[in-house]
Design a protein around this ligand. Structure first.
Ligand code: FES
Ligand code: FE2
Length: 353
């Protein structure tokens, strides 16, 4: 995975005073909410003898290890060792790594990396969240795939007639009209036009039969966020899908997604919105999980005009790899907790061109 980014690792509502384990590229972290409501993110490994702190409990703003009861402050400092005689000083090394945390759009964002605050890439914006015109639903889905393959599927218009033929146009109408890719430092985006999707589910209620086209603005925010903004080209009706594809490990991605719609704001319509997303995931699953190499390669596949957006995403990843931001076994170095906050070394074994 890439370090030096904010990762949306959990929904805010799931983070309480009960410690919640989180895994990012094989490394374990623990989240909890202190008594003022602030979220704390720590390495989920007690510095004493390695027990998972997520098995412990919260006391005020502190986290208590379940094994021998060492008590850690929110900044990771151990402040109590119950087995020590009274008055024994606590070793300076008795502390665990903590990680910056912010909450936006009902999600907890954790920063993994070594950049000072002012140099960190921004958290992507989602201005529609919190706007009363937009109805919000959420969900999650697990893939046996690397997150880069999952992100790319959300940038890909050419697969829709094949993988999602229930919803989209016929396979003999699979041509992808040329589209323009816009790239900035941390994202790549394109507005694509297609024949309108079939009037299935809620679309039967909200769109007319004779629309000439519908559009989708597809965005990849580095490293693992998809935003898909559908415009049904009818009465301004739109649907936005915003997904954090969490890199659990090299072969597992946990997608936590937010869906926003500005039509049918009633709760009864949520079920169909959620079903559409889950059905789409199920259709995508077989092909995405079959892809080799598991990690999106930086050279070697045959990318065509219809793959321009994926190419832009790969170029952005490559720039990060060249900066030395790759950690883990995909593009970078094996990660361990001691270096999770400070591995600035260049990766090895990566071909970039
Ligand atoms: S392993 Fe945590 S207190 Fe001993
Ligand atoms: Fe798909």
């Amino acid at each position: 995975m890439l370090k030096n980014f904010w990762y949306a690792v959990e929904f805010s509502a799931a983070v309480t005073s009960a410690p919640q384990p989180v895994k990012l590229m094989g490394e374990n972290y623990v989240l909890y909410r202190g008594h003022h409501g602030q979220v704390v993110a720590m390495a989920d490994r007690c510095i004493h003898r390695g027990a998972a702190l997520s098995g412990g409990w919260v006391e005020g703003d502190c986290l208590r290890c379940p094994y021998h009861g060492w008590r850690y402050e929110a900044d990771g400092t151990c402040v109590q060792i119950p087995a020590d005689q009274a008055g024994t000083p606590i070793p300076k090394r008795a502390r665990v790594d903590t990680f910056p945390v912010e909450e936006h759009y009902g999600m907890v964002w954790m920063f993994v990396g070594d950049l000072p605050a002012e140099q960190r890439p921004p958290i992507p914006s989602l201005p529609e969240y919190g706007d009363p015109k937009w109805r919000v639903i959420t969900g999650e889905y697990t893939w046996n795939a690397h997150y880069t393959r999952v992100v790319e599927s959300g940038l890909d218009t050419a697969h829709a007639p094949f993988v999602h033929s229930v919803f989209f146009n016929l396979r003999d109408e699979a041509e992808v009209p040329p589209y323009e890719v816009q790239v900035d430092d941390w994202s790549a985006r394109a507005r694509t036009l297609s024949k309108p999707p079939k009037r299935a589910g809620l679309l039967k209620l909200i769109v007319k039969r004779d629309r000439p086209f519908s559009s989708a603005t597809l965005t990849a925010h580095l490293p693992n966020i998809n935003r898909i903004h559908l415009d049904f080209n009818f009465r301004g009706y739109q649907y936005i899908y915003f997904a954090s594809n969490i890199p659990v490990d090299e072969n597992t991605t946990l997608t936590k997604w937010i869906g926003l719609r500005n039509f049918l704001p009633q709760a009864w319509a949520d079920w169909n919105s959620r079903k559409n997303t889950n059905d789409t995931y199920r259709e995508d699953k077989a092909v995405i999980e079959s892809q080799v190499p598991r990690v999106v390669p930086l050279t070697g596949e045959i990318l065509l005009a219809s793959d321009s957006l994926q190419l832009a995403y790969r170029k952005l990843i490559r720039q990060c790899v060249e900066r030395g931001w790759a950690v883990g076994n995909d593009y970078g170095m094996p990660i361990n907790l001691d270096s999770a906050n400070g591995n600035g070394k260049a990766p090895v074994g990566v071909t970039v061109s």
